[in-house]
Design a protein around this ligand. Structure first.
Ligand code: J2J
Length: 538
């Protein structure tokens, strides 16, 4: 079984007694829908309409085949698929077979996938032939060096023995028995936005994740009539669970998949499929607002747009309801657990000016000052939390866990928030060393380590710079050992193979790294230098 840090028994008991943890595996809602409303449409993808019956059948067929191929309960899987219906089929199949997936983003490349494989040593790889790394078998073979008995299946593969679509087809064998991992054990790994050199994995249990999904479905008012547009990466926690596709399946609604949030693509999908709800990040909202100001006639079915993942300017929030012709819901969540929503019946000002309040009455929130003291409402401090769906430790990261949690099990999120007297949170800043590039998180240290592997780099630091569209972009400050050009660094990072969104947007060469009194890189100074340059240019 995949190990993880469990909740202390007293907490687990309480969460069960309160009916939060119901002891069911994550696929239970789809199985229920398939029994009760088999013909209802679960997913629309590229013009294909997939019913709950079909979603359930395909996932059981794959689960049975994986079992027959010798995969076992408690094995792990590395999955990387684009926004296609098969992503959900695979996820549900793995839940049924008790195989623990890590769902990589489609933008992830060699560096990320290798680091994930090294951590989980997958017995199964599910990838897409349309990804640059999986057009041929070389990279899959490379991954196999760490995981010699790894089975590989490919979406878009011609040969039948390795074709994911083939493995998903056909009837479910009579003797197929579901073997999910225990409900209070690890169901899958969620990915942390991170701030450290190696990407951190978040073990999520069926019990905790399912609770957040069920409550999210209620808070967001989902019904069988909901048509939810998923136009951001499907594996992201937001799109999986807040309420995400799993929330929609819980309510028996329909997920409409889009490759990206481009309004040219999405507005047609909204019109065509009568989409009622969409989940966006702030940078996508800006694109939607520009397009809708020209013509919003495609959006008449839209009732609710959720915005989360990065700081959302109040001025933009104020434009949204009228321009898109629908309600706004702000969402402030994290793959580690805690999710906050403004409620559908909240006063307009609260929806426009806060990032919501926690899902659960048992989400414990602390706003902590510099000396570790709890701050009164209205004062900005570090957000720490524990609760029925907030994890208790990163996977195999004892040192990092000591820094991320206090002795009482509160997780320090790295966000700076203030709390209103009504218990709503406003995100006002961050202490974690991360760049939030339009909702995509970049761990500064990860990129700094990779930059430092270039022989001509003496020191490197990555900091955020403000950006009107994305909120933030990244700037790499480099102290070179010898003459070096920005393109060479870019090429170096491309060769190491990182997701494109992690490539520094700007590179600045400096003679010396500014240091704090204790000798650490002074990132405040670096950010100030950028501000001064921008002011000089303006
Ligand atoms: C400011 N910062 C925000 C917001 C997240 C729902 C929604 C988002 C995520 C997510 C998620 C923010 N305003 N409204 O998992 O279930 C920043 C914070 C936070 C970090 C988490 C979900 N909403 N953020 O974005 O794990 O800094 O999850 O700690 O990717 O994004 O990032 P991530």
């Amino acid at each position: 079984m995949v190990e993880f840090t469990p909740w202390p028994e007293a907490f687990a008991d309480r969460y069960r007694k309160l009916g939060y943890w119901i002891g069911k595996p994550l696929h239970h809602a789809v199985s229920r829908q398939a029994r009760q409303r088999p013909e209802a449409i679960a997913v629309i993808c590229d013009g294909r309409e997939i019913s709950y019956r079909e979603l359930d059948r395909a996932s059981s067929a794959l689960a049975a085949r994986l079992q027959a191929a010798g995969l076992r309960h408690g094995d792990t899987a590395l999955v990387q698929l684009p926004n296609v219906a098969e992503f959900y089929m695979v996820f549900l199949a793995l839940m049924k077979a008790g195989i623990v997936p890590l769902n990589a983003l489609f933008t992830h490349r060699r560096a990320e996938l290798s680091a994930y494989a090294e951590q989980i040593r997958p017995r199964l790889l599910v990838a897409s032939r349309s990804h640059e790394l999986f057009g041929d078998d070389r990279f899959a073979e490379e991954l196999r060096q760490n995981a010699p008995d790894m089975l590989a299946l490919f979406h878009g593969e011609d040969s039948t023995e390795r074709s994911l679509q083939h493995w998903l087809s056909g009837p479910v064998p009579q003797d197929f028995t579901e073997m999910p991992t225990p409900a209070d054990g690890v169901a899958f790994f969620q990915l942390s936005g991170g701030s450290t050199g190696t990407p951190k994995l978040i073990p999520r249990t069926h019990d905790d994740y399912d609770y957040s999904i069920r409550e999210s479905a209620v808070i967001c008012g989902l019904t069988p009539e909901t048509r939810y547009l998923c136009a951001m990466p499907a594996p992201h926690n937001y799109l999986m669970s807040s309420p995400g596709a799993l929330g929609v399946f819980h309510a028996g609604g329909t997920v409409v998949l889009a490759a990206n949030p481009d309004p040219a693509l999405c507005f047609d999908l909204v019109r065509h499929h009568r989409v009622t709800m969409a989940a966006l990040v702030p940078s996508a909202v800006l694109l939607w607002l520009e397009a809708a100001e020209r013509d919003n006639s495609a959006l008449t079915s839209l009732q609710l747009v959720q915005v989360g993942g990065a700081s959302f300017a109040e001025a933009t929030a104020r434009r949204l309801p009228e321009t898109l012709g629908c309600a706004l819901q702000q969402v402030f969540g994290m793959a580690e657990g805690l999710v906050n929503y403004t409620r559908l019946d909240d006063p307009a000002e609260r929806i426009l000016t806060t990032q919501g309040r926690p899902i659960s009455p048992d989400d414990e929130i602390r706003v902590v000052g510099p000396d570790g003291q709890d701050l009164p409402d209205g004062e900005a401090g570090l957000l720490a939390t524990r609760g029925p769906y907030t994890f208790r430790g990163y996977y195999r990261s004892p040192e990092h866990n000591v820094r991320s949690f206090d002795a009482d099990g509160f997780y320090f999120t790295g966000d700076i928030v203030e709390r209103t007297p009504e218990g709503y949170l406003r995100v006002v800043g961050r202490v974690k060393d991360q760049i939030n590039r339009g909702g995509e998180k970049i761990a500064a240290e990860e990129i700094e380590h990779l930059l430092q592997r270039h022989p001509a780099v003496h020191a490197a630091a990555l900091v955020a710079m403000g950006d009107a569209r994305l909120g933030e972009r990244s700037c790499a400050f480099i102290v070179p050992r010898e003459k070096l050009r920005a393109v060479e660094l870019r090429r170096h990072l491309m060769t190491l193979g990182i997701a494109e969104y992690k490539l520094p947007d700007r590179v600045r060469f400096i003679d010396q790294m500014p240091l704090t009194p204790v000798g650490k890189t002074d990132k405040v100074r670096l950010r100030d230098m950028l501000l001064q340059e921008d002011a000089a240019c303006a």
